[in-house]
Design a protein around this ligand. Structure first.
Ligand code: AMP
Ligand code: MG
Length: 480
């Protein structure tokens, strides 16, 4: 790295963080390194392989110019407001080219409350795998630079091996950061909004009514994000307002997982007993969360509170229609259909009904569809083999495809570029994590390679394509 770290958040918004030097883990080792991402940030391979790197990312040394901080934020967790959350187990080391470099699981901070500030190794590795997959699949996300094993145990229900994740993000500003700033008063709120505009939406900097435009821009980014989640079968699992970034990146891969069989009610998180964050509820929660951002922004929009509320409400009311526009147009692409009109939307809805009523694997269905179209697979050999309603649907679909385009090969090629062949299947991830925690990194390294190109079908990795054949319901735990 040529120059030292920048510390714009620490310096510009001192009211929203507390300085915090990591206590450090003495016996750590780096077990996963993302050389490509390191290079983008200016960390050479030589640096990533050095003792200096190990010392920095295990919290025993600081990078040049680093002002480490823990950020303050509030949040609505499962609908309940908690004013005092903050980085209880994460420390922001600073920024490189506007990218946050954060250590997660690095020990106690002023916001740890009664927590130990630590992470177990397994969820650290889980976040590493899934965030890197999301990036490869074209979904905005925080990234994983390094995973470390602390060689110390953390106490949860049992003693577990500890880990640290070096995470990279466009920023860690969340809706919850705005909820916290709003409680500190309009001046601080305005500073945070200006900072966020400068960092994420610089085109708004010198415009009129920039704060309502900022709200609209965040709505837009998060709407696009959730549409992408829905189109890849991703269930975040804990869409609290402290886990939704204003940049529109996916953050906090605690209890998330991918849906196998299509069912809008799918939920994996052990703590989400009411299904608030189930697959099909994510768009409604998006709007709910954005309404909390709107509430926080009221003092910035207009001197007249009623007018502020009206303006924010107008933007908020456009979120669900905008979500539907993104969702159906991306879903259309997945089915090889370019134009979106009511007929095509009905076709998409019928398709999803077929998946639902026949318990068909969401991911495999789209890949089989393109094979059926280019005649490399028959319906009988596909995931649709037992669904009587599918044949009728394909007739309508073919008519749409043929009226839109003539070259089937181009269509199926395009479909395969938007429909991943490989997703982080729950049973595979669990096997990889169990092996890795026991010291065997082969499977995790193999899938990390595979997930770099999730659209390229590889004949040698048949086992990675399919859902688990056992019917045991899969449950995720909140990684704390
Ligand atoms: P999360 O579930 O990771 O989004 O975390 C929710 C809140 O709990 C955040 O304020 C975290 O910093 C805090 N937290 C989670 N785990 C720990 C821990 N082990 N020690 C201290 N704080 C934690
Ligand atoms: Mg969080």
């Amino acid at each position: 790295m040529q120059s030292g770290l920048e510390n714009s958040f620490a310096q510009d918004l001192p009211e929203l963080s507390k300085k915090c030097i990591p206590t450090g883990f003495q016996n750590s080792e780096i077990i996963l390194k993302n050389y490509e991402l390191g290079e983008e940030l200016g960390f050479s391979k030589k640096f990533l392989d050095s003792d200096k790197c190990l010392n920095v990312f295990s919290g025993n040394a600081l990078l040049r110019d680093s002002i480490p901080i823990a950020q303050a934020y509030s949040g609505h967790q499962f609908g309940q407001f908690n004013p005092n959350l903050g980085d209880g187990r994460a420390i922001l080391l600073g920024e490189i080219n506007n990218q946050d470099i954060q250590l997660k699981g690095i020990g106690q901070t002023p916001f740890s409350r009664r927590g130990d500030g630590k992470s177990a190794l397994s969820p650290v590795l889980r976040e590493y795998i899934i965030s890197e997959f999301m990036n490869a699949a074209g979904i905005p996300t925080t990234r994983a630079l390094l995973a470390l094993k602390t060689n110390e145990s953390v106490t949860r229900d049992t003693e577990l091996p500890g880990g640290i994740l070096a995470r990279v993000a466009n920023s860690h500003i969340r809706i919850g950061t705005f909820e916290f700033a709003a409680m500190q008063g309009a001046q601080i709120l305005k500073k945070l909004a200006n900072y966020s505009i400068f960092r994420h939406y610089p085109e708004l900097k010198n415009t009129n009514e920039k704060y309502i435009k900022f709200f609209a821009a965040v709505c837009e980014s998060q709407t696009r994000l959730v549409s992408k989640w829905m189109n890849i079968g991703f269930i975040h699992g804990v869409m609290n307002t402290d886990n939704m970034t204003v940049s529109g990146e996916t953050i906090d891969y605690g209890p998330c997982a991918f849906m196998d069989y299509y069912d809008p009610k799918t939920v994996f998180s052990s703590i989400d007993v009411a299904g608030r964050y189930c697959y099909g509820n994510q768009p409604a929660i998006l709007v709910w969360n954005l309404s909390k951002l709107a509430e926080a922004l009221i003092p910035l929009i207009d001197d007249n509170e009623q007018k502020s509320i009206e303006k924010l409400t107008e933007v908020l009311q456009a979120v669900m229609p905008s979500f539907e526009k993104y969702f159906y147009s991306e879903m259309g692409e997945k089915l090889g259909i370019d134009s979106i009109n009511q007929n095509n939307i009905n076709l998409i809805k019928d398709y999803l009904k077929i998946l639902d009523s026949n318990s068909i694997d969401f991911t495999l269905s789209f890949r089989d569809l393109s094979k059926i179209l280019n005649k490399t697979k028959s319906i009988e050999d596909s995931v649709f083999k037992n669904s009587g309603d599918f044949k009728k649907w394909t007739e309508d679909w073919m008519i749409k495809i043929i009226t839109e385009k003539t070259n089937l090969k181009d269509i199926t090629k395009k479909m395969d570029l938007t429909n991943p062949c490989y997703i982080p299947r729950n049973h595979i991830i669990e096997d990889a994590l169990e092996n890795a925690v026991n010291g065997d990194m082969n499977l995790i390294n193999e899938i990390l390679e595979l997930y770099k190109n999730p659209f390229d079908e590889n004949e040698y990795t048949e086992t990675f394509k399919k859902p688990s054949e056992t019917n045991t319901p899969f449950v995720t735990f909140c990684g704390t």
